[in-house]
Design a protein around this ligand. Structure first.
Ligand code: HEC
Length: 458
């Protein structure tokens, strides 16, 4: 039965267009009453169905509210306006029937009120689904004054560590997603967030940050509740926090919710912050003027089952993968040499190549990315890759890579990331490295963070 109610509730956004249609039609006839001279029974018919469809809309709206966790605060104005529209439709229907009580009110009053109440109800309804500034936002942007703060892309890679977590990240996130309802003018739940001290003070149920057991903080509790829960924040149908934003807020609260500690001090990593970084627009592929590859070589490789495609339309730079030809071995490597300049990305994962591969790969001067995952390589001869001026990514996951090879990788000037995760081996523990090289080496020992909900005992 619950499912039926939910279904009926979800019909609401569709259903509301029925009364809108009937009422608009009635109003248009009213405007042209002299010319069209609609009969009274025709108008009664229109307002009868306007009333019925208003009732259905109201009913479905109530079910939507009950079933889908909207806040009463958010919908009450829309609800009252909808009731008023229903009341006017029925009133005008009675007026047309000649009801003594209804005819005491002038016709013009019904018509004007219906017009405005239709617009207001519709607008308030739209605000619930699309957010209050949905309509005005494009206009504000036109006027060059949008008070929306873009949280995204505001840290830069070079100085992010010195940014205080609160003013650099938390405050802009709260401003964007929470402060609309939690400020001195509109203080929902008695909670204000416009300053750090206001946030510390908490809401009508006391502090929202529990510094003794941070995991139990009401703030974290609210943002981690399922979205359909009434107490979930921000309320349903509002712009939600992203996964990265929730993670940032959680880590900040867990580490004591300090006002001045920096991202560096609280050990936020570059990986966690990518979505807040100004994007580095630099293309990963070099600008190269290279002629088309030898068609015969391409054909012979393709007939072996090797995948070769241009990295994008209209370029002679190639991506090569042996994923469909796992028997690809050292013997076949020489076949690549005639098109050595063209290959910028190569994926030899799961193939039968050995350490000889490094010698050949060092002869493909434009390589940007190399994948050798799940091959038998040990890293012997890997230093030859240091001659590759554009090599940015190197994937060596689940290989026989020796720990001695790791320090060699630190000599690679352009490299951005080397992935060296090994199943059943802790390569990081076998390696002693300078910390600024470590950042470029991804050992993949990720651990899942604790969520506040983990602490709940059911
Ligand atoms: C659309 C308005 C709205 C937005 C946006 C909003 N809230 Fe709320 N918030 C409310 C209302 C209404 C209440 C009171 C009802 C309740 O307790 O659920 C409330 C209550 C709270 C409370 C409980 C305060 C107390 O002491 O009881 C917390 C904590 C909270 N909000 C956090 C947040 C956070 C964090 C965000 C942003 C991620 C946010 N809210 C965004 C409307 C909003």
């Amino acid at each position: 039965m619950d499912a039926v109610f939910t279904f009926f509730g979800r019909l609401h956004p569709l259903m509301v267009h029925l009364p809108i249609g009937f009422i608009l039609m009635g109003l248009l006839f009213e405007l042209n009453r002299k010319k069209l001279n609609p009969s009274s029974s025709f108008l009664k018919f229109i307002y009868f169905w306007a009333t019925i469809s208003c009732l259905l809309s109201l009913g479905s709206g109530i079910f939507q509210y009950l079933q889908e966790g909207y806040l009463w605060d958010e919908i009450q104005k829309h609800f009252y306006a909808g009731c008023f529209t229903l009341f006017l439709c029925f009133g005008f229907y009675l007026f047309l029937k000649g009801n003594l009580f209804a005819t005491r009110i002038p016709r013009l009053f019904y018509i004007l009120s219906l017009f405005f109440s239709l617009i207001i109800t519709g607008h308030l309804g739209g605000n619930i689904t699309h957010g209050e500034d949905h309509l005005t936002e494009p206009l504000l942007t036109l006027a060059g004054s949008t008070n929306k703060i873009k949280v995204e892309k505001m840290l830069s890679i070079s100085n992010y560590k010195d940014q205080p977590v609160y003013s650099g990240l938390i405050e802009p996130i709260l401003l964007n997603k929470c402060m609309r309802c939690h400020n001195p003018k509109k203080t929902k739940g008695g909670l204000q967030m416009h300053t750090f001290n206001a946030l510390l003070k908490g809401g009508k149920n006391g502090s929202v940050l529990d510094l003794n057991s941070p995991e139990l903080s009401e703030l974290l509790n609210r943002i981690h509740l399922p979205e359909l829960e009434k107490k979930h924040m921000p309320p349903r149908a509002q712009k939600q926090l992203t996964v990265a934003e929730k993670e940032i807020i959680s880590q900040w609260v867990r580490l004591g919710a300090s006002e001045f500690k920096t991202l560096g001090e609280l050990s936020f990593t570059e990986n966690q912050l990518v979505s807040f970084m100004k994007q580095n627009k630099k293309e990963i592929y070099p600008v190269l003027n290279i002629g088309p590859p030898d068609k015969k070589v391409i054909d012979s490789l393709q007939s072996l089952g090797v995948l070769i495609t241009p990295i994008k339309e209209g370029t002679n730079l190639l991506f090569l993968s042996t994923i469909n030809f796992k028997a690809f071995s050292d013997k076949e490597l020489n076949v690549l040499l005639p098109i050595s300049d063209n290959i910028v990305e190569i994926d030899l994962s799961e193939s039968a190549v050995s350490d000889t591969v490094f010698d050949i790969l060092s002869k493909l001067p434009n390589l940007v990315s190399i994948k050798l995952n799940q091959t038998a390589i040990t890293g012997l001869g890997i230093e030859q890759l240091s001659t590759l001026k554009n090599l940015k990514r190197l994937h060596l996951i689940n290989t026989n890579l020796k720990a001695e090879s790791i320090p060699i990788l630190s000599n690679f000037k352009e490299i951005e990331k080397v992935y060296v995760f090994q199943l059943n081996r802790d390569l990081a523990a076998e390696t002693s490295l300078h910390s600024n090289t470590l950042e470029r080496i991804d050992f993949g020992n990720y651990s899942l963070e604790d969520l506040p909900s983990d602490a709940i005992v059911y």
